[in-house]
Design a protein around this ligand. Structure first.
Ligand code: ADP
Ligand code: MG
Length: 369
């Protein structure tokens, strides 16, 4: 009876059961890191596989964020250089891709930048401050800085640039518009591929952007995204996500900017671009190191594989105990064999978890050609 009791105790040891989940999570997270996807925790790894909609920010997420200034327009009586110099004096303090482009353009023209005081960044809107003793504001046409009050010639040029799909920011000084800067951005090579891969997984792709609709549309078309919400403030992005969640969608938000941080926080899974701002990465559950959108698709595959591995592990771990305990109780299992079986069950669970590492090889393959 003592020997039978010992055999029962040995075979009932639930080490494989205890290992089943953490081993798979650890291997899965490590595999993610090797394919350039940093996963914050086990919940994030689990949730990304169950999402039904991916919302993409435009600038810096679907597009490269290597923006270039294509035109600087000034109102009559103002030099183009002054428009660019005043704007750059403020933008040099901003981390936004548009800001960096404007500063690069000023540097390329060899302009000297007057220093700014009272700098303020208005997330998703623009920047303002005092330069050369005048109030300067650089940003999207919205609210008091609407297009409607622009002088005719400037408004016509802005409208034409917007029609061409450019992002346009207005430069105001001393209360009135003094000019506008049109910027162009290019789509990332992998964006359309990622959207197609998501569609194959029956995941809906949506674009959320703070830019105006004319600039959003051509990028959306090239990416193959039909659903576009443009002109959104950061809170607008949050509302969109909540609206989708109310429809029962499980939402992943992919973004890079400070303006995306609130949206990353409310989404079921927040995904930040490693090429973006620190705030976005700190808020997000996942970070795609090089900003390659295929990372979203890989993370979904990895998550589903990891969950499958956990299920298999739990099944085998349970099976050992369920079969082993009655056998041992009826004296049909020698304690030595019970010990070997228990060790083997742990080994098999770990080996199964390690198979997840193959996910990296499988996932890397398609992007190399
Ligand atoms: P997206 O959602 O496409 O990443 P943002 O929300 O960051 O865009 O910005 C929305 C709009 O606000 C921009 O298209 C631009 O007009 C304006 N904007 C935001 N930040 C700045 C800035 N630093 N300088 C000028 N304009 C800005
Ligand atoms: Mg952005």
């Amino acid at each position: 009876a003592l020997v039978h009791a010992i055999a029962v105790l040995i075979i009932a040891c639930p080490c494989a059961l205890g290992l089943a989940t953490p081993a798979a999570i650890m291997v899965g997270t490590g595999a993610g890191a090797r394919m350039g996807v940093l996963i914050r925790n086990a919940e994030a790894l689990e949730r990304i596989g169950a999402i039904t909609a991916v919302l993409f920010d435009k600038t810096g997420t679907l597009t490269t964020g290597h923006v270039t200034v294509v035109r600087v327009t000034a109102v009559a009586g103002t030099a183009r250089e002054r428009v660019l110099a005043l704007a750059s004096s403020l933008e040099i303090r901003s981390e936004h891709p548009l800001a960096q482009a404007i500063v690069r353009a000023a540097e390329a023209d060899g302009l000297s930048l007057p220093s700014a005081t009272s700098f303020k960044a208005l997330t998703g809107v623009g920047v303002s401050g005092i330069v050369d003793g005048v109030d300067v504001h650089v940003g999207r046409p919205v609210g008091e800085h609407t297009l409607l009050v622009l002088p005719d010639d400037l408004r016509a040029q802005v409208a034409a640039d917007m029609q061409d799909g450019r992002t346009v920011v207005l430069v105001h000084a001393g209360g009135g518009a003094i000019g506008a800067i049109a910027l162009a951005d290019t789509i990332k090579t992998g964006s359309a591929h990622a959207v197609r891969a998501l569609a194959d997984l029956h995941v809906r792709s949506v674009m959320l952007t703070g830019d105006h609709p004319e600039a959003a549309r051509p990028i959306a078309r090239q990416a193959g995204i039909a659903e576009v919400y443009a002109g959104l403030l950061p809170e607008g992005k949050v509302e969109r996500i909540k609206a989708l969640q109310a429809q029962g969608e499980k939402v992943a938000m992919v973004g890079d900017g400070i303006n995306d941080a609130p949206a990353l926080a409310v989404a079921d899974v927040g995904v930040a671009m490693g090429t973006g701002t620190d705030v976005a990465m700190e808020t997000a559950d996942l970070t795609i190191v090089k900003g390659d959108l295929a990372g979203v698709v890989r993370a979904i595959h990895l998550s589903r594989r990891t969950i499958r591995t956990i299920r298999q592990n739990l099944f085998w771990a349970f099976l050992y105990n369920v079969l082993g305990i009655p056998l041992a109780a009826f004296g049909l299992l020698d304690p030595m064999i019970a010990a070997a079986a228990m060790a083997f069950s742990s080994v098999s669970v770990l080996t199964n978890a390690l198979r997840l590492r193959r996910a990296v090889r499988d996932e890397r393959a398609p992007t190399t050609h």
